[in-house]
Design a protein around this ligand. Structure first.
Ligand SMILES: Nc1ncnc2c1ncn2[C@@H]1O[C@H](COP(=O)(O)OP(=O)(O)O)[C@@H](O)[C@H]1O
Ligand SMILES: [Mg+2]
Length: 304
């Protein structure tokens, strides 16, 4: 049995997943989404059955593991997502589900779903209009609120910055703005800046860590230090992470949670293609093995 792992950069995560699949006798093969073909002519001449041709696969696999979708032009990203949507319509299980990936890759949709489902998250605004953003920024200033500006499709803390009222607002087409201003209330933490990453698989929290940043952007990729957390002593982290995963309806995810100096907790975002190398260094469980176990539970391998 062979399963594709969609990624352009297998790295540590690819190697761990490949090992975990091998422990179940499954050969995981790294495939780049951009090497697939949406073949609407058919798998055989004149068969007229549209299919997706995946390199190294003669027939459609029962499921695919999505470990990465590269950025690109709008047409490239739409095509990569279409490959996943069409596979899904052809009864190939996509893990995480492509609709859940779309919901969470977009920080505005995630914030909306969190808010709508009553999950505590910072006050957030999204607009393309520089004039509107300018007005909101002045209101925030009057209320002594600091704002944080983030790329809508960002990750790893890249481009996350304060939107200070006396600095020039970035122009719409500037890098990391891309024509859309997504900004929210800054949550001040007590002591050194920190937040939490909580990993949820199938409605259960399997691991969590505290990330202590060298600046207030605490991503591991931005130099955040990983510390273990005692989850038994922090039921709020568990319940918030589970609520967040349920709000976006996803198989597994990495939930970012921050605690304000008032004690209140807020969900910052939900990651549908999270990294777990840093988390694994302080976790008690084998995250890659748990992911593969859950993947296999979701797939009827007997249909192959
Ligand atoms: N509203 C906020 N208040 C305080 N810190 C924040 C806020 N939003 C983000 N951060 C900091 O920036 C980091 C990156 O933000 P996040 O929303 O998780 O985006 P990314 O997708 O880049 O990880 C967070 O882990 C946190 O340390
Ligand atoms: Mg994050």
């Amino acid at each position: 049995m062979k399963i594709p792992i969609f990624t352009d950069d297998p790295g540590w995560h690819g190697a761990r997943l490949k090992e975990a699949f091998a422990n179940h006798g499954i050969d995981a093969v790294f495939v780049s989404l951009q090497d697939c073909i949406i073949n609407l002519y058919g798998s055989k001449p004149n068969s007229a059955s549209p299919t997706i041709q995946i390199p190294h696969f003669d027939t459609l696999p029962p499921a695919v593991f999505v470990r990465g979708i590269s950025g690109g032009t709008m047409q490239q990203v739409t095509t990569r997502l279409n490959v996943l949507h069409i596979l899904s319509m052809l009864n190939v299980k996509i893990y995480n589900d492509v609709k859940a990936i779309e919901r969470t890759v977009d920080k505005a949709m995630t914030s909306f779903l969190l808010q709508k489902n009553g999950v505590s998250t910072p006050a957030t605004w999204v607009s393309e209009s520089r004039t509107q953003v300018e007005q909101l920024r002045q209101i925030a200033k009057q209320q002594n609120q600091t704002l944080v500006l983030k790329p809508l499709f960002g990750s790893q803390g890249l481009g996350v910055r304060k939107l200070l009222a006396d600095q020039v607002l970035p122009v719409p087409m500037q890098q990391f703005v891309d024509g859309v201003y997504y900004f929210q209330q800054l949550i001040e933490t007590a002591n050194a800046p920190h937040d939490y990453r909580v990993f949820v698989i199938a409605g259960k929290v399997v691991a969590a860590m505290k990330r202590v940043g060298s600046s207030w952007v605490n991503n591991v990729a931005a130099g955040g230090r990983c510390e273990s957390v005692n989850l038994d002593a922090n039921q709020t982290l568990i319940s918030l992470a589970l609520q967040a995963a349920a709000a976006v309806d996803i198989n597994y995810c990495g939930v970012d949670i921050i605690q304000a100096n008032t004690g209140e907790y807020f969900v910052l975002e939900v990651n549908s293609i999270p990294a777990w190398k840093g988390l694994q260094s302080v976790a008690q469980v084998d995250i890659s093995a748990l992911l593969v176990n859950d993947f296999l539970k979701n797939v009827r391998l007997d249909i192959q």
